[in-house]
Design a protein around this ligand. Structure first.
Ligand code: ATP
Ligand code: MG
Length: 245
């Protein structure tokens, strides 16, 4: 629930990192900003919007071979209209999970990574209801902490409205960490003091690293652009924290 804290960056590096470890990954852009198609250089014939409106099949919106083992479903700003377009649809919050079911049944992917937007809109609900685990990036400032708590409120709401869904917090990920600053130390202390977040806190964090921005600008993952960078080290450590060796 906070913009620019590294959600897309983390989704892309985790998806690419897991794919590089040999698992079949589907990365889904559930944010109408549509950043993933830019960051990975994907040109798709149809997007998540057409999937949810029923104008395109799952097979048509999945772009295979974006990288070895990595497939992608993209978004574009046209998806901003989904909230009103689907206003009358039945169980519209679970559309995405139902549309993905054939891929799950066929065992087509080992894992699906969803990138969400900083707003609690229809697409975010769809992402939360398609997901079983949450990885929550948190920026190192007090507003990001407010956003993190709002996210957890949203998760609690989803759990109470759809009690049959399994939705666990797998990692709270401090991002853009500059350990020298007072703000970062204060934010880290607040995360450690929070009962719910401290339990799954990735204490090492993802340090500030400009290579992440350059990698995105050159449409590369951090593993491609700067495999020796501290961002690559930090995301490797996060993968290990999530049990991807
Ligand atoms: N650890 C980091 N160090 C330095 N820059 C970073 C780091 N992580 C992300 N960035 C940069 O910060 C900017 C925002 O990151 P990103 O797009 O991943 O955030 P987001 O949470 O997805 O934003 P939004 O809420 O708009 O979807 C990007 O330019 C990205 O390259
Ligand atoms: Mg984003």
């Amino acid at each position: 629930m906070k913009g620019g804290v590294g959600k897309t960056t983390t989704a892309v590096q985790l998806a690419a990192g897991i794919a590089a470890r040999g698992q079949r990954v589907l990365l889904i852009d559930a944010d109408p900003q549509g950043n993933i198609s830019h960051v990975l250089g994907v040109d798709a014939p149809a997007t998540i919007r057409e999937l949810l409106t029923g104008d395109a099949t799952l097979d048509r919106v999945i772009v295979d071979g974006v990288r070895p083992n990595l497939s992608v479903i993209t978004a574009t700003p046209a998806a901003f209209a989904l909230d009103s377009q689907l206003a009358g649809a039945v169980q519209r919050e679970t559309l995405l999970s139902r549309k993905l079911q054939p891929a799950a049944d066929a065992g087509r992917f080992d894992i699906i990574v969803l990138d969400s937007s900083p707003a609690m809109g229809l697409l975010t609900y769809n992402a939360l209801l398609a997901a079983t685990e949450i990885v929550m990036p948190v920026g190192m400032d007090s507003l990001a902490l407010v956003g993190a708590r709002q996210t957890l409120d949203g998760v609690r709401e989803v759990r109470s409205l759809w009690p049959d869904r399994r939705l666990t917090l797998s990692a709270v990920v401090p991002t853009g960490v500059n350990p020298q600053t007072h703000a970062a130390r204060a934010a880290m202390a607040a995360l450690e003091a929070d009962e719910e977040m401290s339990e799954r806190l990735f204490k090492q964090g993802i340090r500030q690293c400009i290579d992440l921005t350059y990698a995105a600008a050159s449409r590369q993952t951090i593993w491609e652009y700067a495999p020796q960078s501290r961002a690559a080290d930090d995301y490797n450590a996060l993968l290990a924290f999530l049990h991807y060796k």
